[in-house]
Design a binder for this molecule. Structure first.
Ligand SMILES: Cc1cc2nc3c(=O)[nH]c(=O)nc-3n(C[C@H](O)[C@H](O)[C@H](O)COP(=O)(O)OP(=O)(O)OC[C@H]3O[C@@H](n4cnc5c(N)ncnc54)[C@H](O)[C@@H]3O)c2cc1C
Length: 385
């Protein structure tokens, strides 16, 4: 048991009970971002992390992508704030020890390709983009090659993209370190420990931010590990300005990584414990899809790969955020299903507002409340890469 409970002090023969203010379970990207936002507002925060090397966490395995191209308005708005926050990291997260924090932003944009099966859904999504001023651009499939001459337009009906540094990717590890260091400077304590049951903690507020481990601590929340494989490939023809591209006709997505590329498998798996990459997906699915869509990829070579777990909300692939109604003081932030890195600043700010004022002040995330999951009310996000 982690020693976080009420401690007694017998000083001057008086009994003084000291209860922690806020305890965050899980020091991953959501835990670190929450520690930063809450500490900035003067709250006393302790973060309990089972593995300070973060070998078990999802965030270091992520592709670092941040985007505003989603279906649901909440996710578009969280994506907009992600960009705003990321570009301010050098100023907001500088510390005495690290006066020049960076996240190594590559603002190449995103390019989403839709065939006839997904086009109507995307036309609906574009209405939300417009309402939220997402700043995305939409063209017909037949116009694709004018803008992206290296992409084959075969079977593409509609295309959405950004080309003005609104979307891109960052180094997830640097982002996490910058948040954690700044939170520590502001007074947050990061402590090693594994919480087996939330009842072990005695504090005013508990935030459960344990990623894909959520269902182990909260049995009524269907957020579970979903294995995803990513391949690293090299190609003699390099296009460094290529955006993060997702081909919704095959489910394969890719982006440049230095002088190489990363490409994600369209097949994910539940109920597996190992993180051995599913290598067979490369020859069977990923390479053929890449070579068909970007002909220079016919010449690519596999150079590596890894697998990681998404914190998947099995109900609707959408986040679960807010106070858990069955506890008097427990808040939850999980179920990001492939977008927890980019959503961390917006979610952490939202939790801070909710805890400090009782309601959301910036982005209204009431539609992602824990109650919706407990009552089986779906709010699906279809644009999961
Ligand atoms: C291959 C891959 C690619 C991805 N690409 C992207 C992307 O491009 N963009 C994006 O935004 N997201 C991406 N993601 C998703 C993103 O990584 C996750 O949504 C995000 O990391 C979730 O953050 P988290 O803090 O909730 O969980 P984690 O990052 O997993 O952190 C949870 C922490 O809690 C700790 N913990 C767990 N249980 C306990 C316990 N009982 N007691 C104490 N500590 C505990 C863990 O050790 C861990 O450090 C990707 C994920 C993968 C696997």
């Amino acid at each position: 048991m982690v020693n976080l409970c009420i401690t007694t002090q017998c000083k001057y023969f008086k009994l003084k009970l000291i209860m922690d203010d806020i305890v965050i379970i899980g020091g991953g990207i959501i835990g670190a971002a929450s520690a930063y936002f809450l500490s900035k507002e003067g709250r006393k925060v302790k973060v309990i992390e089972q593995d300070p090397t973060y070998k078990k966490a999802s965030f270091p395995l992520s592709l670092g992508g941040f985007r505003r191209q989603f279906f649901q308005k909440e996710n578009i708005l969280l994506g907009k704030f992600a960009r705003e926050f990321i570009f301010q990291v050098p100023e907001l997260l500088k510390t005495k020890k690290n006066p020049n924090p960076t996240t190594s932003v590559v603002p190449n944009g995103y390019l989403f390709l839709f065939g006839p099966d997904h086009a109507n859904e995307q036309y609906e999504a574009l209405k939300n983009h417009k309402e939220c001023e997402a700043g995305t651009k939409n063209i017909k499939g037949t116009e694709l090659r004018k803008k992206f001459p290296y992409v084959n337009d075969d079977g593409i009906e509609t295309v959405t993209y950004t080309d003005d540094k609104k979307e891109g990717w960052i180094d997830p590890y640097l982002f996490h370190s910058a948040l954690k260091n700044k939170a520590s400077e502001l007074g947050a304590q990061f402590i090693k420990g594994e919480i087996k049951d939330v009842s072990e903690i005695n504090s005013n507020i508990i935030i459960c931010a344990v990623g894909y481990n959520t269902n182990n601590l909260l049995k009524d929340v269907p957020v579970v590990p979903q294995k995803h494989t990513v391949f690293r490939v090299s190609c003699p023809d390099h296009i460094p300005e290529m955006p993060l591209t997702s081909d919704f006709t095959t489910g394969v997505y890719w982006r440049p990584e230095g002088k190489e590329y990363l490409a994600g498998s369209p097949i994910s798996k539940f109920d597996v414990k190992d993180l051995e990459p599913d290598w067979d997906h490369f020859e069977d699915l990923v390479w053929p899809a890449l070579a068909k869509r970007v002909p220079i990829f016919e010449k690519l070579k596999l150079t590596g790969g890894w697998a990681g777990f998404y914190d998947c909300n099995k109900l609707d692939n959408n986040a679960v955020v807010g106070k858990h109604p069955k506890f008097k003081n427990l808040y939850l932030a999980s179920g990001f299903t492939g977008r927890g890195l980019m959503q961390a600043p917006g979610i952490a700010r939202a939790l801070t507002e909710l805890i400090n004022t009782g309601s959301y002040q910036s982005i209204d995330l009431s539609a992602l409340a824990v109650e919706r999951v407990l009552e089986n009310r779906k709010k699906p996000e279809p644009y999961v890469l």
